[in-house]
Design a protein around this ligand. Structure first.
Ligand code: PHE
Ligand code: CO
Length: 291
């Protein structure tokens, strides 16, 4: 749930107008560090051969280890040296405008809390594991760091144009659930996948979901699932290609998007390049909400 700054103040007296708080790293309990350890060790077994090298290298370069929850200040000092980004602590979800403003200024807002032991596989709000382990490694890659800044600026614009729903789909299908084509096969770069052990296997190996080559307009017309594994993943050819595609002015595209179809998450179109046509076996019989 989205709370106002004032509503957060009771729990976080130091909260600032931009929703940032102190991480209070020393307040994490041994049990909370143990949760981090369980989650990261699980991913360390699953990600090699499934996540792209850029993600794995980011983890290593930033020394995001499996011992304890990272101290965001120390982490930011490493990240800043590489791409001039910083990680700032927030209570949990922040309003869109605040989120975009942070990204546009090369600050990644990360939830400071860690999930409870009975939520290892699924939480509704992004915690420090999803945000730091899932998102921050890709920010060590210069072209991706630039993409995220551009996205923040694009978000501020889209708010004014009333086209946030379209832009949010781009974030979802790239930053959160993106796959990339590599000589050795399809690899994960999306943070929503890379912070989920089950979805990391499913996204790369399962026969169920579609794996469709990335097309900007197509992605912006496609709804997504927020409460289950994706029915379709979009595959980029390279980060440079993604950046080039998205760096242009979206105003004419937003105009085009006003007319024409919106696609359901599982749709396949006649002319598109498929890396894999999903069997949709996993989905058979389930009908859940889509956003
Ligand atoms: N080019 C987009 C615009 O004109 C901004 C953007 C860049 C959005 C990169 C997403 C990613 O609004
Ligand atoms: Co996320």
């Amino acid at each position: 749930m989205l709370l106002t700054v004032e509503e957060h103040r009771e729990k976080h007296p130091e909260i600032r107008a931009d929703y940032t708080i102190d991480q209070h790293w020393h307040r994490y309990s041994a049990a909370e560090h143990a949760t981090w350890r369980t989650l990261t060790r699980r991913m360390e077994k699953i990600l090699p051969g499934r996540a792209c090298d850029e993600f794995l290298q980011g983890l290593k370069q930033l020394k995001i280890g499996d011992e304890q929850i990272p101290d965001m200040e120390r982490l930011s000092d490493e990240l800043y040296k590489l791409t001039r980004w910083r990680v700032v602590a927030v209570p949990s979800l922040v309003p869109d405008a605040i989120f975009f403003e942070h990204l546009a200024n090369r600050r990644f807002p990360a939830g400071h809390f860690i999930r409870k032991p009975d939520q290892l596989d699924y939480i509704e709000e992004p915690d420090v594991f999803h945000d730091v382990f899932g998102h921050v490694p890709m920010l060590a890659l210069p072209v991706f760091a630039d993409y995220m800044e551009a996205y923040g600026k694009g978000g501020m614009r889209a708010e004014g144009l009333g086209t946030l729903a379209n832009l949010a789909r781009l974030y979802w299908y790239t930053v959160e659930f993106g796959l990339i084509e590599k000589p050795e096969g399809l690899r994960i770069y999306g943070s929503g996948i890379a912070s989920s052990s089950a979805e990391s296997v499913y996204a790369v190996e399962d026969a169920s979901p579609n794996r469709i080559h990335f097309d900007l307009e197509r992605v912006m017309r496609t709804k997504y699932r927020i409460d289950d594994f994706q029915e379709s993943y979009f595959v980029i050819g390279s980060f440079e290609e993604l950046f080039k595609e998205t760096y242009k002015d979206f105003a004419p595209l937003y105009q085009t998007l006003k007319a024409g179809p919106t696609f359901e998450p599982g749709t396949i179109l006649p002319a598109e390049r498929l890396h894999h046509r999903g069997t949709h076996r996993y989905k058979a019989g389930s009908h859940r909400a889509t956003a």
